[in-house]
Design a protein around this ligand. Structure first.
Ligand SMILES: CC(C)(COP(=O)(O)OP(=O)(O)OC[C@H]1O[C@@H](n2cnc3c(N)ncnc32)[C@H](O)[C@@H]1OP(=O)(O)O)[C@@H](O)C(=O)NCCC(=O)NCCS
Length: 190
């Protein structure tokens, strides 16, 4: 099975202008990711000193196409992104990277991954549920992502949460793979 990470394509001031700063220490965010934690794991919200661990995790999961260090650093420093996940001891077991686009009311899943040692045990589902809870809590209206058509596990996970392919983007990833642009609209809470 192939897996493909997001590749940094500078969009410069556009993203920054559309983004908001997220307080990664805010109790609200901490509370959101502390819900229904699978037994034996510890939730974490990444900060700048997690850069090495996140880079290493991305290299392990996406061996041929890891997320670039400079992009992770950019996300951790500029505050318009949230990176969170689960640790087993000191090791990252699951991790997702989100771009928070407040103007468009949209959360973009840059990357979602579970370490090979921990797959098939619901960590992917836990992560998606937390993303949905985050969207609801911060009033984002849409969640989007790109997934390669050959990535059955990821497609299955996205579909399970109501994300549907909107269109096929040819050669979206820098290694030449196509991607489905996936989208889900959040229903306003009544
Ligand atoms: C996609 C991924 C995040 C799923 O994480 P996970 O923790 O294994 O998934 P879960 O255990 O929560 O299960 C979620 C769904 O994935 C699918 N899945 C999980 N393990 C599977 C397996 N061994 N075989 C087939 N499908 C599987 C299932 O459809 C499952 O839902 P179900 O309840 O309908 O069976 C994980 O496989 C992964 O990290 N893959 C490599 C990285 C990647 O491709 N990320 C996405 C692109 S950025």
């Amino acid at each position: 099975m192939e897996s493909t990470a997001f590749v940094f394509r500078p969009r410069g001031s556009y993203i920054l202008a559309m983004a908001t700063r997220i307080n990664r220490r805010a109790p609200r965010l901490q509370k959101l990711i502390s819900a229904a934690v699978p037994q034996g794991f510890t939730p974490f919200v990444a900060r700048r000193n997690d850069l090495d661990d996140i880079e290493e995790f991305s290299h392990e999961v996406f061996a041929d196409n890891p997320t670039e260090r400079k992009y992770i650093r950019h996300l951790l420093s500029d505050g318009h992104a949230v990176i969170f996940g689960l640790k087993k001891g000191e090791e990252i077991a699951a991790c997702c990277t989100l771009e928070m686009n407040v103007r468009q009311g949209r959360i973009y899943i840059v990357e979602i991954a579970v370490h090979a040692n921990h797959r098939g045990r619901g960590l992917g589902q836990w992560t998606m549920k937390r993303i949905e809870a985050l969207a609801n809590s911060y009033d984002y209206r849409r969640i989007t992502s790109h997934v390669t058509p050959g990535n059955r596990m990821s497609l299955s996970l996205h579909r399970r949460f109501g994300m549907r392919p909107q269109r096929l983007v040819r050669r979206y990833f820098h290694d030449g793979h196509d991607a489905y642009y996936m989208q889900m609209d959040i229903q306003a809470a009544s």
